[in-house]
Design a protein around this ligand. Structure first.
Ligand code: C2E
Ligand code: CA
Ligand code: CA
Length: 564
């Protein structure tokens, strides 16, 4: 109070009390003041987020007051005065405190005065909870949550600490919730979290991401060790766990990534990890997928390239452009439309085909934004083409993550309005990967798009698991047969029979058929006999720039026809 300097002994005592304090108050910030010297220690988090001079401060009350909102200041200083004058021994108030960026956070501050045996105040300690700060703890499992995950990942990247990140999740938890109730689902999640903590890493490195997904980060465990642990985990849940008297058998999925290249950001790493996880779910029946093995080239470089491509989205889509592959009427070979195909180009990496980045970025939060750009750019180009070829239809590919957005249909209508394009000249292509989505949701999206005139095509038919099921359940305008089914159609009678079956099936459901990958005159002649409506392929044209396509189209609708 009177400017007296704190003694070493008093400071030591303050520190040890402070440590005890912070342990029990996880998540909230704490402060402790030795009132005899008006010397305090404040949590590091608080010092950092409000840019206070130091964790240790003389006259912290006055320093903090500088940060209090003008309207809350009077009440605050009155409260503090009451504490220090001995008039009051507890403190409980809410005020707004200013961050370095000038914004105010709402904080609740609680404190208590601790007196010595003679009734003299010695300590004033308490907690400050910042309500604007996102909690980093998942309250169901007590593990760190997604915010904690990203905070830690960023710090590993910043400090260039190599780590391995594993992601594991429970398959079909939604169904378990529906059958047994949420409380059972919750117990399963708690059990899962505890198992990870007990068997893999300590609490610090274990996270619950959203839904049924967990993650671990480890700087020490080898790849093999993590694979082994996952297999144990999998075996444990396959044997079944007892929850509320029921024996519940669970299947898992898992992905892993090694981070040893630090020219990346947290979101790129997360997208790649997610990709590995999805692969485990869709293609490997839950076997752990290591991200590195999914890449063809040298993984370090690949990750860096993905990072740059991803960053280009934020830089006004730098390097992205569209090329167009013509679609022709199978019978007349007249140009009836084109498919927009995405490319990315850069001085260092050259032209990068979409297959080497779209699958990895599909889950990325930035991807839908790129999708909007693709749609709008394609519509703008297509408008020029419809002036030349009446009836021209533009095909645009969608990734399933776009469809999942609740505002997806609005985005489509916005793009149509903005560009003044006619909705019935647009065909959106979706792939069988959209099976990952809820069928009802997908149906609603398709039905409302079709009601507004937009056509919907099922792309790459036959390459997935439940192609026929999808066609049966969803109203498609067009079924696009993947080129792998017609590659050997000239020599292989079975391919011809298969194509016949596909067109018959499409006919049952009222859909047209488009065949992709027509490369020769022979192929063209054969598909003409099978009721195919339209086709695409190098035989007619590779994907070309909009300028080239416009130039061709100016020559008339038969610009790609081969006749003879
Ligand atoms: P897709 O939708 O099946 O596109 C057809 C792919 O087959 C294109 O490859 C095209 O260049 C290629 N192709 C066409 N005709 C022939 C042929 O006669 N012979 C051979 N060998 N290939 C042919 P591309 O452009 O590399 O695109 C690959 C995939 O990337 C696309 O497959 C699509 O799934 C995805 N993709 C491309 N653009 C976009 C986009 O804007 N959004 C989304 N979500 N995915 C896209
Ligand atoms: Ca396509
Ligand atoms: Ca295709």
């Amino acid at each position: 109070m009177d400017g007296q300097k704190i003694t070493e002994e008093a400071k030591k005592k303050l520190d040890s009390l402070f440590e005890a304090f912070s342990i029990v108050s996880e998540e909230t910030h704490v402060y402790l003041c030795d009132m005899r010297y008006d010397y305090s220690r404040w949590s590091k988090g608080l010092v950092e987020s409000f840019n206070l001079p130091s964790e240790y401060m003389y006259g912290a009350g006055a320093i903090w007051e500088e940060h209090i909102h003008p309207e809350d200041k009077a009440a605050y200083s009155k409260g503090i005065e009451a504490i220090f004058s001995g008039g009051q021994s507890d403190h409980d108030m809410q005020y707004r405190a200013r961050r370095p960026d000038g914004e105010y956070d709402v904080c609740t501050c609680r404190g208590l005065v601790i007196k010595d045996e003679n009734g003299n105040p010695v300590y004033f300690g308490g907690s400050i909870r910042n309500h604007s700060q996102k909690s980093q703890i998942d309250h169901l499992t007590g593990l760190r949550n997604q915010y904690g995950f990203f905070a830690d990942l960023q710090s590993y990247i910043r400090n260039k600490t190599p780590i391995r990140i594993g992601m594991a999740g429970i398959a079909k938890l939604t169904e378990i919730n529906e059958v047994y109730g949420y409380h059972v689902g919750n117990e399963i999640l708690q059990h899962f979290g505890r198992y990870l903590m007990d068997h893999v890493v300590n609490r610090g490195g274990t996270y619950r991401l959203d839904g049924s997904c967990f993650a671990i980060m480890s700087a020490t465990q080898s790849e093999q060790k993590l694979i082994d642990v996952y297999e144990e985990l999998r075996a444990h849940f396959r044997r079944g766990i007892k929850v509320e008297g029921a024996d519940i058998i669970l299947e898992l999925n898992a992905g892993m990534i090694t981070l040893d290249d630090f020219n990346v950001d947290d979101q790129t790493v997360y997208s790649c990890l997610n990709f590995a996880y999805e692969e485990s779910k869709i293609k490997r029946h839950g076997d752990l997928v290591v991200f590195r093995n999914e890449l063809k080239g040298e993984s370090r470089k690949e990750l860096e390239r993905l990072h740059i491509i991803r960053a280009s989205i934020a830089q006004e889509y730098k390097g992205f452009y569209l090329v167009y592959q013509p679609v022709v009427d199978a019978a007349t070979e007249e140009l009836i439309g084109a498919e927009a195909l995405l490319r990315w180009k850069d001085d260092e990496y050259g032209v990068v085909p979409p297959d080497s980045f779209i699958p990895f970025l599909e889950n990325d939060p930035l991807f839908p934004e790129l999708g909007e750009w693709i749609l709008e750019s394609a519509l703008k180009d297509a408008k020029k083409l419809s002036d030349l070829i009446p009836g021209f239809v533009i095909n645009v590919n969608l990734s399933y993550a776009q469809l999942e957005r609740p505002d997806f249909t609005d985005l489509v209508w916005d793009a149509i309005r903005k560009t003044g394009y006619s909705s019935d000249k647009l065909c959106l292509e979706i792939t069988e990967r959209c099976r990952l989505l809820d069928l009802e949701l997908l149906r609603n999206v398709i039905v409302s798009l079709r009601a507004g005139g937009v056509h919907i095509a099922l792309d790459d038919f036959g390459t997935g698991f439940s192609s026929v099921g999808l066609v049966k359940n969803l109203p498609f305008d067009t079924i696009k047969i993947d080129r792998s089914f017609v590659q050997r159609i000239e020599e292989d009678e079975r391919e011809r029979k298969l194509l016949n079956n596909f067109t018959n099936m499409a006919g049952i459901f009222g859909a047209d058929v488009c065949v992709e990958g027509i490369e020769t005159t022979g192929m063209r002649d054969i598909i003409r006999d099978y009721g195919v409506h339209s086709s695409q392929g190098y035989y007619y044209s590779k994907p070309i720039s909009i300028e080239e396509l416009l130039e061709k189209a100016a020559g008339g609708a038969d610009c790609f026809s081969k006749k003879a």
